[in-house]
Write a protein that binds this ligand. Structure first.
Ligand SMILES: Cc1cc2nc3c(=O)[nH]c(=O)nc-3n(C[C@H](O)[C@H](O)[C@H](O)COP(=O)(O)OP(=O)(O)OC[C@H]3O[C@@H](n4cnc5c(N)ncnc54)[C@H](O)[C@@H]3O)c2cc1C
Length: 502
Protein backbone atom coordinates (compact mmCIF):
# COMPACT_ATOMS: atom_id res chain seq x y z
CA UNK A 1 0.00 0.00 0.00
CA UNK A 2 1.25 3.45 -0.87
CA UNK A 3 0.39 6.69 0.85
CA UNK A 4 1.41 10.03 -0.52
CA UNK A 5 1.00 13.70 0.08
CA UNK A 6 1.60 14.41 -3.58
CA UNK A 7 -1.19 15.54 -5.89
CA UNK A 8 -2.45 12.61 -7.96
CA UNK A 9 -2.94 13.24 -11.69
CA UNK A 10 -4.95 10.64 -13.59
CA UNK A 11 -4.33 10.33 -17.32
CA UNK A 12 -1.45 11.04 -19.68
CA UNK A 13 -3.03 12.87 -22.59
CA UNK A 14 -2.12 16.49 -23.12
CA UNK A 15 -4.10 17.62 -20.07
CA UNK A 16 -2.62 15.16 -17.57
CA UNK A 17 0.95 15.50 -18.84
CA UNK A 18 0.73 19.27 -18.70
CA UNK A 19 -0.80 19.35 -15.21
CA UNK A 20 1.95 17.10 -13.90
CA UNK A 21 4.64 19.20 -15.53
CA UNK A 22 3.16 22.46 -14.26
CA UNK A 23 3.00 21.13 -10.69
CA UNK A 24 6.58 19.89 -10.92
CA UNK A 25 7.81 23.12 -12.48
CA UNK A 26 6.45 24.89 -9.40
CA UNK A 27 8.53 22.62 -7.20
CA UNK A 28 5.98 19.97 -6.25
CA UNK A 29 6.17 16.22 -6.35
CA UNK A 30 3.44 14.53 -8.37
CA UNK A 31 2.09 11.03 -8.89
CA UNK A 32 0.97 10.61 -12.52
CA UNK A 33 -0.92 7.42 -13.41
CA UNK A 34 -2.34 6.10 -16.62
CA UNK A 35 -4.33 2.95 -17.19
CA UNK A 36 -2.49 1.75 -20.30
CA UNK A 37 0.77 3.24 -21.63
CA UNK A 38 1.94 6.78 -22.31
CA UNK A 39 1.04 6.20 -25.96
CA UNK A 40 -2.63 5.39 -25.26
CA UNK A 41 -4.84 8.47 -25.25
CA UNK A 42 -7.07 10.52 -27.52
CA UNK A 43 -4.24 13.03 -27.63
CA UNK A 44 -1.93 10.51 -29.27
CA UNK A 45 -4.50 10.07 -32.08
CA UNK A 46 -5.08 13.77 -32.80
CA UNK A 47 -4.29 14.18 -36.47
CA UNK A 48 -5.31 17.76 -37.09
CA UNK A 49 -3.62 20.33 -34.96
CA UNK A 50 -3.81 22.90 -32.24
CA UNK A 51 -5.61 26.19 -32.77
CA UNK A 52 -3.89 29.32 -31.47
CA UNK A 53 -4.10 32.98 -32.46
CA UNK A 54 -0.43 33.75 -33.08
CA UNK A 55 -0.19 34.42 -36.82
CA UNK A 56 0.14 37.93 -38.22
CA UNK A 57 -3.36 39.26 -38.85
CA UNK A 58 -4.94 36.99 -36.27
CA UNK A 59 -5.95 37.92 -32.73
CA UNK A 60 -7.46 36.32 -29.62
CA UNK A 61 -10.62 38.35 -30.29
CA UNK A 62 -11.03 36.75 -33.74
CA UNK A 63 -10.34 33.29 -32.29
CA UNK A 64 -12.94 33.97 -29.57
CA UNK A 65 -15.53 35.08 -32.14
CA UNK A 66 -15.04 31.86 -34.16
CA UNK A 67 -15.20 29.70 -31.01
CA UNK A 68 -18.43 31.35 -29.87
CA UNK A 69 -19.98 31.12 -33.33
CA UNK A 70 -19.23 27.38 -33.48
CA UNK A 71 -20.67 26.82 -29.99
CA UNK A 72 -24.24 27.47 -31.16
CA UNK A 73 -24.89 30.00 -28.44
CA UNK A 74 -23.75 28.02 -25.42
CA UNK A 75 -20.05 28.82 -24.94
CA UNK A 76 -19.16 30.68 -21.75
CA UNK A 77 -17.56 33.91 -23.01
CA UNK A 78 -15.31 34.18 -19.94
CA UNK A 79 -13.95 30.67 -20.43
CA UNK A 80 -13.43 31.38 -24.13
CA UNK A 81 -11.57 34.57 -23.28
CA UNK A 82 -9.25 32.56 -21.02
CA UNK A 83 -8.70 29.96 -23.76
CA UNK A 84 -7.79 32.36 -26.52
CA UNK A 85 -5.76 34.87 -24.51
CA UNK A 86 -3.71 32.35 -22.52
CA UNK A 87 -3.31 29.92 -25.44
CA UNK A 88 -0.38 31.71 -27.13
CA UNK A 89 1.73 31.74 -23.92
CA UNK A 90 1.09 28.01 -23.40
CA UNK A 91 2.05 27.21 -26.98
CA UNK A 92 5.26 29.22 -26.59
CA UNK A 93 6.03 27.15 -23.49
CA UNK A 94 5.30 23.98 -25.47
CA UNK A 95 7.84 25.12 -28.06
CA UNK A 96 10.40 25.75 -25.32
CA UNK A 97 9.77 22.25 -24.00
CA UNK A 98 10.65 20.76 -27.37
CA UNK A 99 7.38 20.45 -29.30
CA UNK A 100 8.43 20.71 -32.93
CA UNK A 101 5.58 22.37 -34.82
CA UNK A 102 5.88 22.50 -38.59
CA UNK A 103 7.57 25.57 -40.05
CA UNK A 104 7.70 27.13 -43.50
CA UNK A 105 10.85 27.52 -45.62
CA UNK A 106 11.49 30.85 -43.84
CA UNK A 107 11.70 29.02 -40.50
CA UNK A 108 8.52 30.66 -39.20
CA UNK A 109 5.68 28.63 -37.70
CA UNK A 110 3.23 27.55 -40.38
CA UNK A 111 -0.44 28.17 -39.55
CA UNK A 112 -3.08 26.15 -41.41
CA UNK A 113 -6.68 27.07 -42.11
CA UNK A 114 -9.51 24.78 -41.03
CA UNK A 115 -13.26 24.82 -41.46
CA UNK A 116 -15.05 27.49 -39.35
CA UNK A 117 -11.79 29.32 -38.51
CA UNK A 118 -11.72 32.77 -40.09
CA UNK A 119 -7.91 32.90 -40.09
CA UNK A 120 -5.10 30.40 -40.55
CA UNK A 121 -4.32 29.42 -36.93
CA UNK A 122 -3.79 25.67 -36.78
CA UNK A 123 -0.33 24.45 -35.85
CA UNK A 124 0.63 20.94 -36.92
CA UNK A 125 3.52 18.73 -35.97
CA UNK A 126 4.94 16.30 -38.52
CA UNK A 127 1.90 16.90 -40.74
CA UNK A 128 -0.91 14.80 -39.34
CA UNK A 129 1.05 13.42 -36.34
CA UNK A 130 0.39 16.43 -34.10
CA UNK A 131 -1.03 14.52 -31.15
CA UNK A 132 1.57 11.76 -31.19
CA UNK A 133 4.37 14.32 -31.48
CA UNK A 134 2.98 16.28 -28.52
CA UNK A 135 2.73 13.16 -26.39
CA UNK A 136 6.31 12.22 -27.28
CA UNK A 137 7.62 15.69 -26.41
CA UNK A 138 5.72 15.98 -23.12
CA UNK A 139 6.41 12.39 -22.09
CA UNK A 140 10.12 13.08 -22.46
CA UNK A 141 9.80 16.11 -20.20
CA UNK A 142 7.74 14.29 -17.59
CA UNK A 143 9.91 11.17 -17.53
CA UNK A 144 13.04 13.28 -17.13
CA UNK A 145 11.64 15.15 -14.12
CA UNK A 146 12.52 13.42 -10.86
CA UNK A 147 9.66 15.14 -9.06
CA UNK A 148 7.14 13.23 -11.21
CA UNK A 149 6.56 9.54 -10.59
CA UNK A 150 4.86 7.93 -13.59
CA UNK A 151 2.94 4.69 -13.20
CA UNK A 152 1.75 3.10 -16.43
CA UNK A 153 -0.87 0.31 -16.50
CA UNK A 154 -2.29 1.72 -13.30
CA UNK A 155 -6.02 2.35 -13.25
CA UNK A 156 -8.05 4.43 -10.83
CA UNK A 157 -10.74 2.14 -9.50
CA UNK A 158 -12.56 4.72 -7.38
CA UNK A 159 -12.07 8.03 -5.62
CA UNK A 160 -12.16 8.27 -1.85
CA UNK A 161 -14.25 11.02 -0.34
CA UNK A 162 -13.85 11.91 3.33
CA UNK A 163 -16.55 14.29 4.53
CA UNK A 164 -16.62 17.16 2.03
CA UNK A 165 -13.33 16.42 0.26
CA UNK A 166 -11.86 13.94 -2.13
CA UNK A 167 -8.79 12.78 -0.23
CA UNK A 168 -7.33 10.13 -2.50
CA UNK A 169 -8.08 7.15 -4.66
CA UNK A 170 -7.97 3.38 -4.85
CA UNK A 171 -5.87 2.24 -7.79
CA UNK A 172 -5.16 -1.10 -9.39
CA UNK A 173 -1.62 -1.99 -10.34
CA UNK A 174 -0.61 -3.87 -13.45
CA UNK A 175 -1.43 -7.19 -11.81
CA UNK A 176 -4.90 -6.01 -10.74
CA UNK A 177 -3.88 -5.57 -7.08
CA UNK A 178 -5.61 -2.62 -5.41
CA UNK A 179 -3.67 -0.02 -3.45
CA UNK A 180 -4.61 3.26 -1.81
CA UNK A 181 -3.14 6.68 -2.43
CA UNK A 182 -4.02 9.66 -0.31
CA UNK A 183 -3.56 12.98 -2.02
CA UNK A 184 -4.20 16.63 -1.24
CA UNK A 185 -5.68 17.01 -4.73
CA UNK A 186 -6.83 14.55 -7.39
CA UNK A 187 -6.85 15.77 -10.98
CA UNK A 188 -8.93 13.79 -13.46
CA UNK A 189 -7.54 14.06 -17.00
CA UNK A 190 -9.20 10.89 -18.23
CA UNK A 191 -10.29 12.01 -21.70
CA UNK A 192 -13.30 10.96 -23.74
CA UNK A 193 -16.23 8.55 -23.87
CA UNK A 194 -16.14 7.36 -27.49
CA UNK A 195 -15.94 3.67 -26.59
CA UNK A 196 -19.51 3.81 -25.29
CA UNK A 197 -20.60 3.94 -28.95
CA UNK A 198 -20.44 1.33 -31.70
CA UNK A 199 -18.24 3.35 -34.02
CA UNK A 200 -15.73 5.81 -32.60
CA UNK A 201 -12.47 7.50 -33.44
CA UNK A 202 -11.42 7.26 -29.77
CA UNK A 203 -8.96 4.57 -28.67
CA UNK A 204 -9.94 1.74 -26.28
CA UNK A 205 -8.96 3.72 -23.14
CA UNK A 206 -11.75 6.27 -23.81
CA UNK A 207 -14.43 4.64 -21.68
CA UNK A 208 -15.64 7.67 -19.71
CA UNK A 209 -13.92 6.63 -16.47
CA UNK A 210 -13.52 10.19 -15.24
CA UNK A 211 -17.24 10.86 -15.56
CA UNK A 212 -18.05 7.69 -13.62
CA UNK A 213 -15.45 8.41 -10.92
CA UNK A 214 -16.56 12.01 -10.43
CA UNK A 215 -20.26 11.13 -10.45
CA UNK A 216 -19.72 8.45 -7.82
CA UNK A 217 -18.39 11.02 -5.33
CA UNK A 218 -21.17 13.50 -6.06
CA UNK A 219 -19.40 15.91 -8.43
CA UNK A 220 -21.67 17.66 -10.89
CA UNK A 221 -21.53 16.70 -14.58
CA UNK A 222 -23.00 18.99 -17.20
CA UNK A 223 -23.78 19.21 -20.93
CA UNK A 224 -23.26 15.46 -21.44
CA UNK A 225 -25.75 15.52 -24.32
CA UNK A 226 -23.39 17.51 -26.51
CA UNK A 227 -21.37 14.98 -28.48
CA UNK A 228 -19.59 15.56 -31.77
CA UNK A 229 -19.81 12.86 -34.45
CA UNK A 230 -17.52 12.73 -37.44
CA UNK A 231 -19.65 11.95 -40.52
CA UNK A 232 -17.37 9.54 -42.37
CA UNK A 233 -15.26 6.99 -40.55
CA UNK A 234 -14.31 3.65 -42.04
CA UNK A 235 -16.92 1.03 -41.02
CA UNK A 236 -15.40 -2.44 -40.77
CA UNK A 237 -16.50 -4.85 -38.06
CA UNK A 238 -13.77 -5.28 -35.46
CA UNK A 239 -11.74 -2.23 -36.57
CA UNK A 240 -11.68 -0.15 -33.39
CA UNK A 241 -11.03 2.77 -33.26
CA UNK A 242 -12.55 3.61 -36.62
CA UNK A 243 -10.13 5.52 -38.85
CA UNK A 244 -11.37 8.85 -40.19
CA UNK A 245 -11.84 9.25 -43.92
CA UNK A 246 -10.89 12.87 -44.37
CA UNK A 247 -13.49 15.40 -45.51
CA UNK A 248 -11.01 16.38 -48.22
CA UNK A 249 -12.10 13.26 -50.12
CA UNK A 250 -15.60 14.68 -50.44
CA UNK A 251 -14.01 18.05 -51.19
CA UNK A 252 -12.29 16.39 -54.17
CA UNK A 253 -15.63 15.06 -55.41
CA UNK A 254 -16.15 11.66 -53.73
CA UNK A 255 -19.83 10.72 -53.41
CA UNK A 256 -21.85 9.17 -50.63
CA UNK A 257 -24.03 6.41 -52.06
CA UNK A 258 -26.64 3.95 -50.77
CA UNK A 259 -27.20 0.26 -51.45
CA UNK A 260 -28.49 1.00 -54.94
CA UNK A 261 -25.37 3.03 -55.65
CA UNK A 262 -27.39 6.27 -55.65
CA UNK A 263 -26.18 9.56 -54.25
CA UNK A 264 -28.57 10.51 -51.46
CA UNK A 265 -27.10 13.81 -50.26
CA UNK A 266 -28.27 15.82 -53.29
CA UNK A 267 -31.90 15.24 -52.38
CA UNK A 268 -31.24 16.51 -48.84
CA UNK A 269 -29.07 19.57 -49.42
CA UNK A 270 -28.14 21.49 -52.56
CA UNK A 271 -24.48 21.33 -51.46
CA UNK A 272 -24.67 17.55 -51.66
CA UNK A 273 -21.70 15.80 -50.02
CA UNK A 274 -20.27 19.20 -49.04
CA UNK A 275 -23.21 20.11 -46.79
CA UNK A 276 -22.23 20.99 -43.18
CA UNK A 277 -20.78 18.19 -41.05
CA UNK A 278 -23.91 17.67 -38.94
CA UNK A 279 -26.21 17.47 -41.99
CA UNK A 280 -23.95 14.84 -43.58
CA UNK A 281 -23.59 12.95 -40.28
CA UNK A 282 -27.38 12.70 -39.88
CA UNK A 283 -27.89 11.45 -43.42
CA UNK A 284 -25.08 8.92 -43.08
CA UNK A 285 -26.30 7.78 -39.64
CA UNK A 286 -29.79 6.92 -40.86
CA UNK A 287 -28.37 4.70 -43.61
CA UNK A 288 -25.55 3.30 -41.49
CA UNK A 289 -28.09 1.60 -39.21
CA UNK A 290 -29.08 -0.45 -42.25
CA UNK A 291 -25.42 -0.97 -43.06
CA UNK A 292 -25.72 0.57 -46.49
CA UNK A 293 -23.70 3.70 -46.93
CA UNK A 294 -20.49 3.95 -48.88
CA UNK A 295 -18.03 6.51 -50.06
CA UNK A 296 -17.50 6.27 -53.79
CA UNK A 297 -14.31 7.83 -55.14
CA UNK A 298 -13.90 5.46 -58.10
CA UNK A 299 -14.70 8.16 -60.66
CA UNK A 300 -11.93 10.51 -59.46
CA UNK A 301 -8.77 10.59 -61.55
CA UNK A 302 -5.54 9.70 -59.72
CA UNK A 303 -7.37 9.58 -56.40
CA UNK A 304 -4.90 7.20 -54.77
CA UNK A 305 -1.95 9.46 -55.59
CA UNK A 306 -3.84 12.43 -54.12
CA UNK A 307 -4.58 10.59 -50.83
CA UNK A 308 -1.57 8.41 -50.03
CA UNK A 309 -2.39 8.16 -46.30
CA UNK A 310 -5.97 7.01 -46.87
CA UNK A 311 -4.80 4.71 -49.66
CA UNK A 312 -2.30 2.97 -47.38
CA UNK A 313 -4.86 2.68 -44.62
CA UNK A 314 -7.46 1.13 -46.92
CA UNK A 315 -4.89 -1.21 -48.46
CA UNK A 316 -4.28 -2.65 -44.99
CA UNK A 317 -7.95 -3.68 -45.02
CA UNK A 318 -7.85 -4.97 -48.61
CA UNK A 319 -9.70 -1.94 -49.99
CA UNK A 320 -8.83 0.54 -52.72
CA UNK A 321 -10.29 4.00 -53.39
CA UNK A 322 -9.88 3.48 -57.12
CA UNK A 323 -11.58 0.07 -57.16
CA UNK A 324 -13.98 -0.28 -54.23
CA UNK A 325 -16.94 1.29 -52.54
CA UNK A 326 -15.69 2.20 -49.05
CA UNK A 327 -18.07 1.40 -46.15
CA UNK A 328 -18.57 4.39 -43.84
CA UNK A 329 -20.50 5.35 -40.69
CA UNK A 330 -20.55 8.38 -38.40
CA UNK A 331 -18.13 7.99 -35.52
CA UNK A 332 -18.42 9.38 -32.00
CA UNK A 333 -15.50 11.78 -31.86
CA UNK A 334 -15.56 14.32 -29.04
CA UNK A 335 -17.50 15.14 -25.85
CA UNK A 336 -18.17 18.84 -25.28
CA UNK A 337 -19.60 18.40 -21.77
CA UNK A 338 -18.24 16.63 -18.73
CA UNK A 339 -17.25 17.19 -15.12
CA UNK A 340 -18.31 20.72 -14.38
CA UNK A 341 -15.39 22.93 -13.40
CA UNK A 342 -14.65 26.54 -12.69
CA UNK A 343 -11.93 28.36 -14.59
CA UNK A 344 -9.25 26.80 -12.37
CA UNK A 345 -10.29 23.20 -13.00
CA UNK A 346 -12.08 22.81 -9.65
CA UNK A 347 -15.02 20.43 -9.73
CA UNK A 348 -17.98 20.93 -7.42
CA UNK A 349 -16.34 18.64 -4.83
CA UNK A 350 -13.35 19.99 -2.87
CA UNK A 351 -10.05 18.30 -3.64
CA UNK A 352 -11.24 17.06 -7.05
CA UNK A 353 -10.16 18.78 -10.26
CA UNK A 354 -10.88 17.93 -13.89
CA UNK A 355 -9.02 19.04 -17.01
CA UNK A 356 -9.10 18.29 -20.73
CA UNK A 357 -11.85 16.42 -22.53
CA UNK A 358 -13.38 14.92 -19.38
CA UNK A 359 -14.07 18.42 -18.02
CA UNK A 360 -16.79 20.89 -18.88
CA UNK A 361 -15.14 24.30 -18.71
CA UNK A 362 -17.70 25.97 -20.98
CA UNK A 363 -15.34 26.79 -23.85
CA UNK A 364 -17.07 24.61 -26.44
CA UNK A 365 -20.74 25.24 -25.63
CA UNK A 366 -22.88 22.95 -27.77
CA UNK A 367 -20.23 22.37 -30.41
CA UNK A 368 -16.44 22.41 -30.47
CA UNK A 369 -14.53 24.51 -32.96
CA UNK A 370 -12.04 22.16 -34.65
CA UNK A 371 -8.60 22.01 -32.99
CA UNK A 372 -9.69 23.87 -29.87
CA UNK A 373 -9.58 20.79 -27.65
CA UNK A 374 -5.82 20.34 -27.48
CA UNK A 375 -5.55 24.03 -26.62
CA UNK A 376 -8.22 23.67 -23.93
CA UNK A 377 -6.24 20.77 -22.46
CA UNK A 378 -3.14 22.94 -22.19
CA UNK A 379 -4.69 26.14 -20.94
CA UNK A 380 -6.97 24.71 -18.27
CA UNK A 381 -4.48 22.08 -17.12
CA UNK A 382 -2.05 24.91 -16.54
CA UNK A 383 -4.61 26.85 -14.53
CA UNK A 384 -5.50 23.78 -12.46
CA UNK A 385 -1.82 23.13 -11.75
CA UNK A 386 -1.25 26.70 -10.60
CA UNK A 387 -4.41 26.69 -8.53
CA UNK A 388 -3.42 23.51 -6.73
CA UNK A 389 -0.01 24.99 -5.97
CA UNK A 390 -1.68 28.08 -4.55
CA UNK A 391 -4.12 25.97 -2.52
CA UNK A 392 -1.66 23.38 -1.20
CA UNK A 393 -0.74 25.32 1.92
CA UNK A 394 -4.41 25.57 2.87
CA UNK A 395 -5.39 22.00 2.09
CA UNK A 396 -5.94 19.83 5.16
CA UNK A 397 -3.56 16.89 5.26
CA UNK A 398 -5.41 13.88 3.92
CA UNK A 399 -6.02 11.00 6.32
CA UNK A 400 -3.12 8.59 5.92
CA UNK A 401 -5.23 5.52 6.64
CA UNK A 402 -6.92 4.90 3.30
CA UNK A 403 -7.13 1.29 2.33
CA UNK A 404 -8.80 -0.75 -0.41
CA UNK A 405 -11.98 -2.71 0.27
CA UNK A 406 -12.51 -6.35 -0.62
CA UNK A 407 -14.80 -5.20 -3.47
CA UNK A 408 -11.91 -3.31 -5.08
CA UNK A 409 -10.25 -6.57 -6.08
CA UNK A 410 -10.17 -7.17 -9.80
CA UNK A 411 -11.20 -10.78 -10.29
CA UNK A 412 -11.63 -10.35 -14.04
CA UNK A 413 -15.46 -10.21 -14.02
CA UNK A 414 -15.43 -7.54 -16.74
CA UNK A 415 -14.01 -10.11 -19.15
CA UNK A 416 -16.86 -12.60 -18.60
CA UNK A 417 -18.88 -13.20 -21.78
CA UNK A 418 -22.04 -11.91 -20.08
CA UNK A 419 -20.31 -8.62 -19.16
CA UNK A 420 -18.98 -8.21 -22.72
CA UNK A 421 -22.46 -8.90 -24.08
CA UNK A 422 -23.93 -6.17 -21.86
CA UNK A 423 -21.41 -3.66 -23.18
CA UNK A 424 -22.13 -4.63 -26.78
CA UNK A 425 -25.83 -4.10 -26.10
CA UNK A 426 -25.09 -0.75 -24.42
CA UNK A 427 -23.12 0.44 -27.46
CA UNK A 428 -25.93 -0.52 -29.77
CA UNK A 429 -28.57 1.24 -27.63
CA UNK A 430 -26.53 4.40 -27.20
CA UNK A 431 -25.60 4.59 -30.88
CA UNK A 432 -29.17 4.11 -32.01
CA UNK A 433 -30.99 6.25 -29.43
CA UNK A 434 -28.43 8.79 -28.18
CA UNK A 435 -26.30 9.02 -31.31
CA UNK A 436 -26.54 11.50 -34.15
CA UNK A 437 -30.36 11.82 -34.05
CA UNK A 438 -32.47 11.42 -30.89
CA UNK A 439 -36.16 11.26 -29.95
CA UNK A 440 -38.12 11.27 -26.69
CA UNK A 441 -39.46 7.69 -27.00
CA UNK A 442 -36.05 6.38 -28.07
CA UNK A 443 -34.26 8.02 -25.17
CA UNK A 444 -36.91 6.92 -22.68
CA UNK A 445 -36.52 3.34 -23.89
CA UNK A 446 -32.75 3.67 -23.74
CA UNK A 447 -32.89 4.75 -20.10
CA UNK A 448 -35.04 1.76 -19.18
CA UNK A 449 -32.90 -0.66 -21.17
CA UNK A 450 -29.64 0.66 -19.70
CA UNK A 451 -31.01 0.38 -16.15
CA UNK A 452 -31.95 -3.21 -16.92
CA UNK A 453 -28.45 -3.94 -18.23
CA UNK A 454 -26.93 -2.40 -15.11
CA UNK A 455 -29.08 -4.62 -12.91
CA UNK A 456 -27.71 -7.63 -14.80
CA UNK A 457 -24.02 -6.68 -14.56
CA UNK A 458 -22.11 -9.62 -13.08
CA UNK A 459 -20.90 -9.15 -9.54
CA UNK A 460 -17.44 -7.55 -9.53
CA UNK A 461 -17.75 -6.24 -13.12
CA UNK A 462 -17.28 -2.64 -12.03
CA UNK A 463 -15.80 -1.39 -15.31
CA UNK A 464 -18.92 -2.64 -17.06
CA UNK A 465 -21.19 -1.10 -14.43
CA UNK A 466 -19.36 2.24 -14.63
CA UNK A 467 -19.79 2.40 -18.40
CA UNK A 468 -23.47 1.52 -18.11
CA UNK A 469 -23.92 4.31 -15.56
CA UNK A 470 -22.21 6.84 -17.79
CA UNK A 471 -24.30 5.69 -20.77
CA UNK A 472 -27.45 6.25 -18.69
CA UNK A 473 -26.26 9.75 -17.74
CA UNK A 474 -25.77 10.60 -21.44
CA UNK A 475 -29.25 9.29 -22.33
CA UNK A 476 -30.81 11.20 -19.45
CA UNK A 477 -29.05 14.44 -20.42
CA UNK A 478 -30.14 14.02 -24.05
CA UNK A 479 -33.71 13.41 -22.97
CA UNK A 480 -33.65 16.47 -20.76
CA UNK A 481 -32.74 18.86 -23.56
CA UNK A 482 -35.85 19.37 -25.64
CA UNK A 483 -34.29 21.33 -28.46
CA UNK A 484 -31.71 20.82 -31.18
CA UNK A 485 -28.48 22.68 -30.72
CA UNK A 486 -24.88 22.05 -31.72
CA UNK A 487 -23.99 18.41 -31.24
CA UNK A 488 -27.44 17.53 -29.85
CA UNK A 489 -30.13 16.78 -32.47
CA UNK A 490 -33.69 15.89 -31.51
CA UNK A 491 -35.93 14.79 -34.39
CA UNK A 492 -38.95 15.74 -32.24
CA UNK A 493 -37.56 19.18 -31.28
CA UNK A 494 -35.73 20.20 -34.44
CA UNK A 495 -35.09 23.84 -33.52
CA UNK A 496 -33.06 25.58 -30.82
CA UNK A 497 -35.05 27.12 -27.99
CA UNK A 498 -34.59 30.82 -27.37
CA UNK A 499 -31.35 31.12 -25.42
CA UNK A 500 -31.73 31.04 -21.65
CA UNK A 501 -29.12 31.43 -18.95
CA UNK A 502 -27.48 28.10 -17.94
C1 LIG B 1 -8.78 10.65 -34.10
C2 LIG B 1 -8.83 11.93 -33.31
C3 LIG B 1 -8.38 13.11 -33.89
C4 LIG B 1 -8.41 14.31 -33.16
N1 LIG B 1 -7.89 15.44 -33.73
C5 LIG B 1 -7.81 16.58 -32.98
C6 LIG B 1 -7.16 17.73 -33.48
O1 LIG B 1 -6.63 17.72 -34.58
N2 LIG B 1 -7.11 18.84 -32.70
C7 LIG B 1 -7.68 18.89 -31.45
O2 LIG B 1 -7.61 19.93 -30.78
N3 LIG B 1 -8.29 17.80 -30.95
C8 LIG B 1 -8.36 16.66 -31.67
N4 LIG B 1 -8.98 15.55 -31.16
C9 LIG B 1 -9.50 15.62 -29.79
C10 LIG B 1 -8.35 15.63 -28.81
O3 LIG B 1 -7.39 14.68 -29.23
C11 LIG B 1 -8.80 15.29 -27.41
O4 LIG B 1 -9.91 16.04 -27.05
C12 LIG B 1 -7.69 15.58 -26.41
O5 LIG B 1 -6.50 14.99 -26.85
C13 LIG B 1 -8.06 15.07 -25.04
O6 LIG B 1 -6.93 15.15 -24.21
P1 LIG B 1 -7.04 14.71 -22.70
O7 LIG B 1 -5.68 14.89 -22.12
O8 LIG B 1 -8.16 15.40 -22.05
O9 LIG B 1 -7.45 13.17 -22.74
P2 LIG B 1 -6.74 11.94 -23.47
O10 LIG B 1 -5.71 12.37 -24.40
O11 LIG B 1 -7.82 11.08 -24.00
O12 LIG B 1 -6.04 11.17 -22.26
C14 LIG B 1 -6.81 10.49 -21.29
C15 LIG B 1 -5.86 9.66 -20.43
O13 LIG B 1 -6.54 9.18 -19.28
C16 LIG B 1 -6.20 7.81 -19.06
N5 LIG B 1 -7.25 7.20 -18.25
C17 LIG B 1 -8.58 7.13 -18.53
N6 LIG B 1 -9.23 6.53 -17.52
C18 LIG B 1 -8.30 6.20 -16.59
C19 LIG B 1 -8.36 5.55 -15.32
N7 LIG B 1 -9.51 5.08 -14.80
N8 LIG B 1 -7.21 5.39 -14.62
C20 LIG B 1 -6.01 5.81 -15.12
N9 LIG B 1 -5.91 6.42 -16.33
C21 LIG B 1 -7.04 6.63 -17.05
C22 LIG B 1 -6.07 7.29 -20.48
O14 LIG B 1 -5.40 6.07 -20.52
C23 LIG B 1 -5.31 8.44 -21.13
O15 LIG B 1 -3.94 8.37 -20.81
C24 LIG B 1 -8.94 14.34 -31.85
C25 LIG B 1 -9.40 13.16 -31.27
C26 LIG B 1 -9.33 11.95 -31.98
C27 LIG B 1 -9.80 10.71 -31.31
Amino acid sequence: MTATDRPLVVGTGIAGLWTAWRLASEGHRVLLVTKATLQDSNTAWAQGGIAVAMDAGDSPALHAADTIAASDGLADPTAVEVLVTEGPARVRELLELGAAFDRGPDGELRFGLEAAHSRPRILHAEGDRTGAALVEALSRVVLADRRIEVLERTQVRRLVRHRERVVGAILLDEGGEPFAVSAPAVVLATGGVGQLFEVTTNPPVATGDGWALAHAVGAELSHLEFLQFHPTALRIAGVNPAPLLTEALRGKGAWLVDARGERFMLALDPRGELAPRDVVARAVAIRAFRGDVWLDARHLADVEAAFPGVTALLASHGLSLARDLIPVAPAMHYAMGGIRTDLAGRSTVAGLYAVGECAHTGVHGANRLASNSLLEGLVFADRAGREIVADLAEIPRPPASLSPAATDLDAGADQLPEALALLARMRSILTREAGVVRTEPGLAEAEIALADLLARAPSGAWRTADQLRVAALVARAARGRRESRGGHRRADFPNPKPRRAE
